[in-house]
Design a protein around this ligand. Sequence first.
Ligand code: BES
Ligand code: ZN
Ligand code: ZN
Length: 496
Amino acid sequence: MEFKLVGKDVLHLKGGVLVVGVYKNQHLSPIAEVVNKAMSSLLKDFLRDIHFEAEAGETIFMPGHKEVKFKNIVVVGLGEKEKIQSDTIRKAASAGLKKAKKLKNKDVYFELLGEEILGKKSAQFLIEGMILGNYQFKKYKKPEKEEIEIEGVKVLGQKEHTKFIHLGKILAEATNFTREIVNEPGNVVKPMDLANISQKLAQEHGLVCEIYDKNRLEKEGMNGILAVGQGSEHPPCFIHLIYKGKKPKKKLVLIGKGITFDSGGLDLKPEKFMKTMKCDKSGACAVLGIMKAVAELKLNLEIHGLIPTAENMPGGSAFRPDDIIVFKNGKSVEIGNTDAEGRLILADALIYGSNLKPQVIVDIATLTGACMVALGHYTTGIFCNNRKLTTLLQNISQETGEKFWPLPLDEELKEEIKGTFSDIKNIGSRYGGAITAALFLKEFVGEDVKNWVHLDIAGPAFLERTWKYYAEGATGVPVRTIISWLQKGASIGTGT
Ligand code: BES
Ligand code: ZN
Ligand code: ZN
C-alpha cells in the first residue's frame, strides 16, 4: 500500500472517501471540526441523532456536502480522549479502511487520527493499522465478487510526517511478510522451503545466508535438529542469515523456532491440538521479517538470524521417548516426550549462537501450551536474565500493542528436568511447563552471553478468530516490538 501526503486543508480537497475521527461525548477531532463547521453542524447533528458512541474502531458514514467535496465521510470512533493509545489509532485506522472498502471507493483520504494527543508519531500508528488490518491470507481463495483492493491512501499530513509513515510502513510490511509465511500450510512450506525463502530474502536485501543441510548438521554435531527431523520425509536444516551495518556498534543473535509442522512425533498430538500446528514455524518467520526490516532500515548493528528447522513427524525412523541425545556442549538429554521438540532444535541454535559471542541473544518460539495456560491467547511470555532489559522490552511491547509479560526463570524448578539416565530430560511435570522449558533452554546459553531473552509466543503467534486489527491466522508477533527495540539501538536497558 502506498501513502501520499496531501496537506491539511480539507476544504480544498476533493475525492471519494474522507475518514475523520470522533472521541466519546462528541468531541470532534480537528479535521472533523472543520468539516462540521463547513456543513453548518450537520455532522454533529447526525452523530447525535444516531447515538454514535464513538467506541474505538466503531464506524459510520454520511454523504458529503457542497462545502466538503467528498462522496462520503466516514467517521471512526476513537474512544475516550484521555485513554487514547497507539493501539486505538491502529484499530481505528483498520476499521476506517474496511469501511471505505465497503463503500467501494478506492479514492481514500485519512485524517491523522489522534495526532492532537499523541503527536507526529500517530502517523506511524495510522499506517500500521491500515496495513495490518488490510492483510488476509487469501492466496488460495477466490476473491469475493464485489471486493475491491485499495492500493494507495492519501494522508492529511505534511512533510514532517514522512519519516513516521516510512517507519510504520516498514514495520507493518515486515509483519505481514512474516504472517504470509506462517500461514502457508505444512505441505507447502517444509524445512528446505524456509531455506529457499531465506536465500531469496538474502539476495534481495544484501544479507549473507548460509544453509546447513543434513550432512553438514551431522558434521557439526547439531544432534537436536537431526533427532527431531529424522521421522520426516523432508530433511531438516539450519539457516544462518547475517546483516552487518556500516560500523556496527553491537552484535546480536536472533533465533527462531522453525518446526514447519508439529504432529507431536511418536507422542502424537490429539486432533484438537494438532490443527493449527503449521504455526510452529512462527518464531522462524518472525526472524525473517525482522531481518528484512533491519536491512531496509539500514540499522547500525550486526545481526545474526539463526533458524533451526525440521518437521516433527512420527514414522519408522522417528526419534523416540527414552532416546538420549548428546549435544555439542557435552550435555546429554533424555527424551521424555517427542512433542517437546522445540527446545531440542533451539538447544543446537543456542550453542551455535553463543559461540558467535554476541551482547544479546533473543530466541522466539511457539514453545509451550503451558504459556497459553498462564497468560492466555494474546500475551507473549518473556523470560530474561536482565531485569532492565525485560522492562524495556515490555514497555516497547505496550506501544506496539504486542503484549509481553515477564515469567520467572525459577531455578528451584530445575529439579524437574533432571534426567534419570542423562544430565537433563526434555519435560518437567504438569506444573510450570513454560518455566521448565525456559530453564531447559538456559542450559544451552553460553556462560559469557550476559543477556538472553526467551520469548514464548505460543499464544499470540496464531489466532483462531479475529482480534483487534488482526484477521484470523498468523499475527507476526513479536516482529514490531523487536524491530522497534533494534531501531532504538538494541539497548540492554541501561542506555548502553
Ligand atoms: N508447538 C508446541 C507448543 C504450542 C502449543 C504452540 C499451542 C502453539 C500453540 C510444542 O512443541 C509442544 O507441543 N509443547 C508441549 C510440551 C509438553 C509435551 C511438555 C505442550 O505444550 O503441550
Ligand atoms: Zn511439540
Ligand atoms: Zn512445537
